[in-house]
Design a protein around this ligand. Structure first.
Ligand code: SF4
Ligand code: SF4
Length: 118
């Protein structure tokens, strides 16, 4: 097949290059450093102060009672409302919330879209 003359140099330039596309989801892709993905919550560090909920710009954090935190409340993070701004991580004085590189968090129900203590 004869290629049109104006496309040939462009096409040939790309032949030896690696593909620009990736095989995700068949091959996992590592998120870059600093990526703000799904939260990790450590109830052992949490003192129930509520600063994370107070500072969350989208109202994605709900404080709920938990007997493990000695009568204090603990946060429940609603991922379906979250902007992934990392303000909660910044505001937490105990380092109890960390945003991770996890980006796969689809769910069929809103109840599945939460991060809290196990
Ligand atoms: S990342 Fe931002 S929007 Fe999401 S829960 Fe934390 S403070 Fe709220
Ligand atoms: S996660 Fe941090 S900011 Fe939020 S209630 Fe617990 S200690 Fe306070």
């Amino acid at each position: 097949m004869r290629l049109p003359a104006r496309f040939s140099p462009e096409l040939l330039r790309h032949v030896p290059r690696k593909p620009a596309t990736v095989m995700y989801p068949f091959v996992p892709v590592e998120a870059p450093e600093g990526f703000r993905g799904k939260h990790e919550f450590d109830i052992e560090k949490c003192v129930g102060c509520g600063l994370c909920a107070r500072d969350c710009p989208s109202g994605a954090i709900e404080m709920v009672p938990d007997e493990r935190t000695k009568g204090k409340k603990r946060p429940v993070i609603h991922l379906d409302r979250c902007l992934f701004c990392a303000q909660c991580e910044e505001s937490c004085p105990r380092g109890a919330i960390k945003l991770t590189k996890v980006y796969e968090m689809a769910g069929y129900k809103r109840e599945e879209m939460v991060v809290t203590a196990p």
